[in-house]
Write a protein that binds this ligand. Structure first.
Ligand code: SAM
Length: 439
């Protein structure tokens, strides 16, 4: 059943087409859509804009072969994609799917374009509404890659999961920090409560209250699982080495006792994170610095917990970051795996005796996650692989990685979370004799 609201709003379609063109030219969807939505007065229009843009991007690769639109101007190509998404994915009746998009172009003074788009859409829909294959929404080479890693059926399920909207997830910080009882606060409805994240719940209908005043943070459930692996480490100093935009930093700041250092390499992201920490009243609690974590300006072996939520290809996050599927390359995976290896080496230097290093990526690729961890362990016999699922409580067993059940694998088809791979590495305590030598 299509949503009645979907039929309304040429201004929203116009904004959606403009956003799709800018994203095709290289912009990232999250900030762009937020800014475009802020220019619309009605909150329902804002929600509709977000839905139209994100859904079109998620299905774009399956739609494009039907359009033969590579040679068209970007505005027309994006308008066609939007109209097909409205009819084939959002189940809007064809006349409305077409007229709302054509009307948006005509209203913007593009009458010739509107006429051309109208004619193409009528030809396309003459035979009925096309049925789109969710597997085609992801590049073939990536589905084949997932097939080699997880099996062909799982690969298809992961591709299909990447077309579904992300479900908002909210962590109540009082419960996360263990300061209020399990049943209280946000998401006390048991059906929506996370089994893996204390205080975490999937939000119901409507925008959940989040922010410093609500004492609740909106993050992906998988991201909160990763933060929990670091929170449950030994007490003492903690370093969050690749911190922006800072969802996990907020969780670490509220879940751990002890000083927290956060590093981030990119200046703009450092500034945005500094503002975020200030808004949360954490400006003095978290020591934030701009630094390259391959050469961190921090004392060796001085941290009880180190979190490396490494930059990655993001193949686990195609639902929330739908345009990634349009940009990712296998060469990009190799390049980022090399950076991850260097970051992991540098991060391990910071871990004190008996301390924990949490390594995580929101990628499903073995060379970025599981393989990266196994290669590290082969080079470093001073580290042991800890049982990460056990640190998540009884439900942790559900996210144990079949390749080694001491690692965590969050497959995006198995929950409403983004895909993550994570592991906990523990630096062996030095033998007393070695300590004496060192002294
Ligand atoms: C996966 S994101 C981290 C997400 C973050 N932990 C959170 O929960 O919001 C990776 C971050 O690492 C940063 N980064 C990339 N290379 C880096 C480096 N060499 N040193 C420090 N930060 C780096 C990126 O700019 C990006 O903000």
């Amino acid at each position: 059943m299509p949503d009645a609201r979907l039929g309304a709003g040429t201004a929203v379609r116009r904004a959606a087409i403009t956003a799709l063109v800018r994203i095709e030219q290289g912009a990232w969807s999250d900030r762009l859509v937020r800014a475009a939505a802020a220019r619309l007065a009605d909150p329902r229009d804002r929600a509709l804009l977000t839905r139209l843009v994100y859904t079109t991007l998620r299905w774009q690769l399956a739609i494009d072969p039907l359009l033969d639109a590579a040679a068209l101007p970007a505005t027309e190509r994006c308008a066609l994609r939007l109209a097909v998404t409205q009819a084939a994915v959002l189940e809007l009746p064809v006349p409305i799917a077409v007229s709302s998009v054509v009307g948006a172009l005509a209203g913007a003074g593009d009458r010739r374009r509107a006429g051309r788009v109208n004619a193409r859409l009528r030809r396309l829909f003459r035979e009925g509404v096309p049925v789109l294959d969710p597997v085609r929404t992801v590049p073939d080479w990536l589905v084949e890659r997932w097939g080699r890693t997880f099996g062909p059926e799982a690969a298809r399920a992961i591709a299909a999961a990447s077309t579904r909207p992300a479900r908002p997830f909210v962590v109540d910080l009082e419960r996360w920090a263990g300061r209020s009882p399990a049943g209280a606060g946000h998401g006390s409805d048991a059906a929506r409560r996370s089994a893996l994240v204390p205080g975490g719940a999937h939000a119901g209908r409507g925008a959940p209250a989040t922010g410093p005043e609500a004492r609740a943070v909106a993050v992906d459930e998988g991201a909160a699982v990763v933060a929990r692996l670091a929170v449950s480490g030994p007490p003492g100093r903690c370093a969050d080495l690749t911190a922006a935009p800072g969802g996990k930093t907020l969780l670490l700041a509220h879940g751990r006792n002890g000083p927290l250092v956060a590093l981030e390499r990119h200046a703009g992201r450092v500034r945005a994170l500094a503002r975020r920490l200030h808004e949360w009243g954490l400006g003095r609690t978290v020591a934030l610095a701009r630094a390259d974590a391959t050469r961190p300006p921090l004392a060796a072996r001085s941290f009880a917990s180190v979190m490396l939520d490494a930059p990655c290809s993001g193949t686990g996050t195609l639902r929330r970051r739908p345009e990634r599927r349009l940009r990712i390359t296998s060469g990009g995976i190799e390049r980022v795996a090399d950076l991850q290896r260097r970051l992991l080496e540098a991060a391990s230097e910071l871990v004190a005796s008996g301390g924990v290093l949490v390594y995580a990526v929101c990628s499903l690729e073995p060379e970025e996650g599981f393989g990266q961890v196994m290669d590290f362990l082969a080079r470093h016999d001073e580290f042991d692989l800890d049982d990460a699922p056990a640190a998540l409580g009884p439900a942790g067993a559900e996210v144990a990685d079949p390749r080694d059940p001491r690692c965590v694998l969050l497959r995006p088809d198995r929950g409403a979370w983004e895909g993550f791979q994570a592991a906990r590495l523990v630096r062996r305590r030095r033998e007393p004799a070695a300590d004496a030598d060192a002294g």
